[in-house]
Design a protein around this ligand. Structure first.
Ligand SMILES: NC(=O)c1ccc[n+]([C@@H]2O[C@H](COP(=O)([O-])OP(=O)(O)OC[C@H]3O[C@@H](n4cnc5c(N)ncnc54)[C@H](O)[C@@H]3O)[C@@H](O)[C@H]2O)c1
Length: 270
């Protein structure tokens, strides 16, 4: 249902690969709520993914950008302002990739060159987006920027491997840059810590489907799906949350607050 929460707003969405991507759902939801969008992904993802299909559906231009490359980000930000006709009101960073996870290297046997690449793609890219946006004064006063994260930044989930460090850094960047951007331009920066979700990146995590079922049982509301994550993101892009910044916000059906759920060990609820 549309409440026109983003009517007249301009947004950039990173990371829609296919219809399972959380970013895909966020783009659709933002469009339903009246936003005008530019979609972006790494050049290789444009060749293999389905982002062009989404662009056509939403009437959104697709601009390739490797989020680790400053020149790509400059081009993306400047072209987006030109296409959308003004400064950007909201940005979603929905980017994650670990070569060690992809190549099934154990956490205790990492290839550290690959780790540096993973951290660059999954965390530092967020700083790069914010830094270039500030340089070009590309985000409007009171704008909102979100990145997607996971609770493995705070607690140990062994199968999540080195992505835990990337997410910890990502959340730290949201706080640190959130300070500077708030003081300068009233721009809000937050991370949304999402339930396990069946996507290309999610399914790459070791033992994902068993873990997905575990989290489903552990969370009093069950796992939050990509569509509900998208709806939550819309509220955070809207003017209704204009005083929320520098937060890591759990969107996980209550998982993060549960110590023990009887359902997990087959006991009846009291
Ligand atoms: N799926 C889950 O269980 C889950 C849970 C919590 C948080 N997240 C986070 O949500 C975000 C989106 O992941 P997803 O699950 O939708 O999977 P996804 O695979 O659909 O999205 C990941 C995206 O990152 C993009 N990407 C990789 N390298 C890039 C680069 N150099 N430049 C630009 N883009 C690049 C990929 O092309 C892809 O579109 C990630 O940050 C992920 O860690 C996912």
């Amino acid at each position: 249902m549309s409440y026109n929460l983003l009517q007249g707003k301009r947004g950039i969405i990173f990371g829609a690969l296919d219809e399972n991507s959380i970013a895909w759902q966020v783009a659709e939801c933002c469009h339903e709520q009246g936003a005008q969008l530019v979609l972006t992904n790494a050049p290789v993802a444009l060749r293999f993914g389905k982002i062009q299909e989404l662009g056509e559906k939403l009437g959104a231009e697709v601009i390739p950008a490797d989020a680790t490359k400053l020149e790509d980000l400059d081009n993306l930000l400047l072209k987006s302002m030109e296409i959308l006709g003004g400064k950007i009101d909201f940005i979603l960073h929905s980017i994650g990739m670990s070569i060690n996870v992809r190549k099934k290297r154990a956490y205790t046997d990492l290839n550290h060159d690959w780790s540096l690449k993973s951290i660059d793609i999954s965390a530092l890219s967020f700083h790069k987006v914010l830094q270039q946006a500030m340089k070009h004064d590309a985000i409007s006063d009171g704008g909102s920027v979100l990145a997607l994260t996971y609770i493995a930044a705070q607690r140990v989930f062994p199968g999540y491997n080195e992505m835990a460090e990337s997410k910890a850094l990502l959340e730290s960047i949201a706080r640190s840059f959130g300070y500077h951007y708030a003081v300068k331009k009233n721009v809000r920066i937050n991370t949304v810590s999402q339930s396990p979700t069946q996507t290309t990146a999610g399914s790459g995590i070791k033992g994902f489907s068993d873990f997905f079922d575990y989290a489903e049982k552990m969370s009093p509301l069950g796992n939050a799906d990509a569509r509900s994550c998208a709806e939550y993101c819309v509220t955070l892009f809207s003017d209704l949350t204009r005083m929320v910044t520098m937060q890591n916000l759990y969107h996980d059906g209550g998982f993060s607050s549960v110590g023990m759920n009887p359902a997990v060990i087959g006991l009846e609820d009291e």
